[in-house]
Design a protein around this ligand. Structure first.
Ligand code: KIV
Ligand code: ZN
Length: 501
């Protein structure tokens, strides 16, 4: 059996993409979940990029017990020192340095000759190695680099002590056969390559990130860079759940290769990233999309009931998806509530449990049957790590075909209460305008989505929206059986995130 090391870069390449932005506290929560999921390496951030990123990497390094904590650095002294300072408290720290090796980057980005780039790579590896024993080196844009120059750089940084060589397809340009040949060529042409682990880091610009990563594995790569739900720059990175489940499901192809991922944690991790970032999982997304295991066609349904492998190549339970069962009702007590949350993987402290239980009771008064998906929605609302500055007290709206919609909103900020009346183009517009009047923000609504969490007329509605306030674009989410209330909660969630920043 040979292990494929799973290097998760959700908190670095995923987070640096527009819409990925997380607070340091949220990153820590994600890191705990990645630890549960069993990833081998967490790339926690790019410490020199901002004080917030530095702090997040530092906190993660102190808190996470299992696996390697890695920080990214360019081949610059300031970057390497910041990366080391941020990871040095980790049990297993790693510095990941990168430098582009393709002609186009040398000519236009650096305006430097190959030998100068080679010197920079060697000196940076030497410098990083003095601080940290575990160094990973990435020749950025490797898939568009001249092979001979790529081999020279890789050989030189291995001589300086790099332990992992990562081959990035930075622009998502390659295709599976080409990636396979590149890894084979590197193995055949770099004399000291057997001293290191080869990694692959694929972007999805042509929709081939997972296929390219798996081709790299078949050619001999033993570490895969990936992100939860495939989030990341532009079209994203290779998705962790797809890479892991392909290796697990196609044993006939991958033979004795395996990963240490606890696949039953996949769905929960996916939901967490879906909830904390702006990247919403499309319903048809492989492994974790809402429809990934749904069979609409009668012929399929019938066959699956007879034998699930007729149309299902994986068991949904293996990725942590349990069917949305009717679980609780208005007479269910705190104990049953806590137990069901535990089964769903939420371990809340008493304060959060109390808040979630109050929400559950309020929901049970309005909605007869409570399903797992309802519980997930309300708990995900309650476990948001942002301490809300503005809180909804109550609101009233009047609206109809022949009257101008009008809203009165009551908010609390610390111990003070505020209320304002406003009209708008519709009831949602009216409540949003009222909130703007109270908070003083001039927010522009960039995106607004409403989804039913479960089926039925009394289903919970979940609103996801994006506000542009000044130069910042902030996302917000909220759920309620009343869709106006869900919209108000989502709006306040975004405003509170901005306040927290
Ligand atoms: O895509 C890329 O090349 C990267 C490097 C920093 C590895 O993210
Ligand atoms: Zn990348």
């Amino acid at each position: 059996m040979e292990k494929i090391i799973i290097f998760d870069t959700t908190l670095r390449d995923g987070e640096q993409a527009p819409g990925g932005s997380l607070t340091a506290q949220e990153k820590l929560e994600v890191a705990f979940q990645l630890e549960k999921l069993g990833v081998d390496v967490i790339e926690a951030g790019f410490p020199v990029a901002s004080p917030g990123d530095f702090k997040a990497v530092l906190e993660i390094s102190k808190a996470i017990k299992k696996g390697v904590i890695c920080a990214l650095a360019r081949c610059l002294k300031s970057d390497i020192e910041a990366a080391y300072e941020a990871v040095k408290k980790a049990r297993h720290p790693r510095i990941h340095i990168f430098l582009a090796t393709s002609k186009i980057h040398l000519q236009y980005k650096f305006k430097k000759a190959e030998d100068e780039i080679l010197d920079i790579a060697v000196n940076a590896t030497k410098m990083a190695k003095k601080l940290c024993s575990d160094i990973e080196f990435s020749p950025e844009d490797a898939t568009r680099s001249e092979h001979d120059f790529l081999y020279r750089v890789i050989e030189a940084v291995i001589n300086e002590g790099a332990k992992t060589i990562n081959i990035p397809d930075t622009t998502g340009y390659t295709y599976p056969q080409e990636m396979y040949s590149l890894i084979k060529d590197i193995k055949n042409n770099v004399p000291n390559i057997n001293e290191v682990v080869i990694a692959v880091h694929c972007h999805d610009d042509l929709g081939m990130a997972v296929a390219n990563s798996l081709s790299g594995v078949l050619a001999g790569a033993r570490q895969v860079h990936c992100t939860i739900n495939g989030i990341g720059e532009r079209a994203g990175n290779a998705s962790l759940e797809e890479v892991v489940m392909a290796i697990k499901t196609r044993k006939d192809v991958f033979g004795s290769l395996y990963t240490s991922i606890n696949t039953k944690e996949i769905y929960r991790t996916s939901r967490m990233i879906n909830n904390l970032t702006d990247f919403v999982v499309p319903p048809n997304k492989a492994i974790v999309g809402r429809n990934a295991f749904a069979h609409e066609a009668g012929i399929h349904q019938d066959a699956v009931l007879k034998k699930h492998s007729t149309y299902e190549i994986m068991d949904p339970h293996d990725v942590g998806i349990s069917s949305s069962r009717l679980v609780l009702g208005k007479h269910s007590g705190r104990h049953a509530f806590r137990e069901r949350l535990k089964t769903l993987g939420f371990h809340l402290n008493d304060e959060r449990l109390n808040k979630a239980f109050t929400r559950f009771k309020e929901l049970a008064d309005k909605k007869k049957d409570i399903y797992d998906d309802d519980l997930r929605a309300i708990v995900e609302d309650e476990i948001r790590v942002i301490k809300p500055l503005w809180q909804l007290n109550s609101f009233e709206v009047t609206s109809g075909t022949k009257i101008k919609p009008r809203a009165i909103v009551y908010l609390n900020k610390k111990s003070k209460s505020f209320n304002v009346v406003s009209s708008g183009d519709g009831p949602v517009d009216a409540v949003f305008k009222a909130i703007d009047k109270i908070t003083g923000y001039k927010a522009k609504l960039n995106d607004f989505r409403l989804e039913a969490v479960t089926s039925g007329k009394d289903a919970l509605g979940q609103v996801s929206l994006k506000l542009k306030i000044g130069d910042s674009v902030i996302s917000g989410r909220g759920s309620s059986t009343d869709i106006i209330e869900a919209a108000v909660k989502a709006y306040l969630d975004a405003v509170n995130k901005l306040e927290a920043k």
